[in-house]
Design a protein around this ligand. Sequence first.
Ligand SMILES: *[C@@H]1O[C@H](CO)[C@@H](O)[C@H](O)[C@H]1NC(C)=O
Ligand SMILES: *[C@@H]1O[C@H](CO)[C@@H](O)[C@H](O)[C@H]1NC(C)=O
Ligand SMILES: *[C@@H]1O[C@H](CO)[C@@H](O)[C@H](O)[C@H]1NC(C)=O
Length: 248
Amino acid sequence: MRSVCFTLAAFIAVATASVLPKRDLATVYSKCTVKDTVAITFDDGMFIYEEELLPLLANYSAKATFFLNGNNYACIYDDKSVQSVRNLLDSGHEIGAHTWSHAHMAQLSWDKLHHEMFLIEDALVKVAGVMPALMRPPYGEYNDRALAAIKARNQSAIIWDFDSQDSIGATVAKSKSLYDEAAAKRPDSILTLNHSVLKNTVREVLPHALEVLSKAGYKFVTVSECLGGLQPYQFVQYRGMKDDTWKC
Ligand SMILES: *[C@@H]1O[C@H](CO)[C@@H](O)[C@H](O)[C@H]1NC(C)=O
Ligand SMILES: *[C@@H]1O[C@H](CO)[C@@H](O)[C@H](O)[C@H]1NC(C)=O
Ligand SMILES: *[C@@H]1O[C@H](CO)[C@@H](O)[C@H](O)[C@H]1NC(C)=O
């Protein structure tokens, strides 16, 4: 029995190494390609501050992108979250996926990767009627297995080239000065990392960032626009009605 198992295991190992094709990896974007654009991205919502962002962004005709979790600060199926996600879309902002529970993707098995990604995609289709084509790996962490899973799900990974460092404890003054420096350096484009779940980001840093970057002559666009018109969604359909599968 023992030797049979061993033989089978050895056979599988050889077959896996020699027969399975190399998996395709998802494209990783960390820079915008359209000149004079800033793509502001917010991670980790929904929470309680997203609605406050809408008038602020609108004041600068700014479109932003929100990479959403299903079950992190709040449950995406909460009535308030559902309404806010729909308001974001109806205001012209874009949404992408950020895994169900803010997972460390580089540490997950193939099955767990798919489970984490499926749950948030399912929620976004039910709540918002969109199947995301863009996702952001939490913490910006990924490996080849994660990229293969993202590719298998017909998505691209979006990282960033500017981090206001809010999530690692930068003070408001520090985050603001990072934006001042970015505006002064005036790169062709900026892809920012922001966190809509942090009060200081929403109330203090973002208004400053919008002001200095808009004075520097940038246009605030969604990630798909700053990448030259990628498709943000794999498909768009009707929004669902709450049923007992809408739970975290
Ligand atoms: C709206 O934008 C103008 C600049 O265009 C700025 O002076 C003003 O402070 C902004 N107001 C808010 C509430 O963001
Ligand atoms: C982005 O978020 C950071 C915190 O992550 C914040 O400090 C910064 O002001 C935000 N920038 C913009 C343009 O929203
Ligand atoms: C893959 O996503 C693209 C958008 O990025 C979409 O146009 C296409 O239909 C999707 N393909 C499948 C098989 O879902």
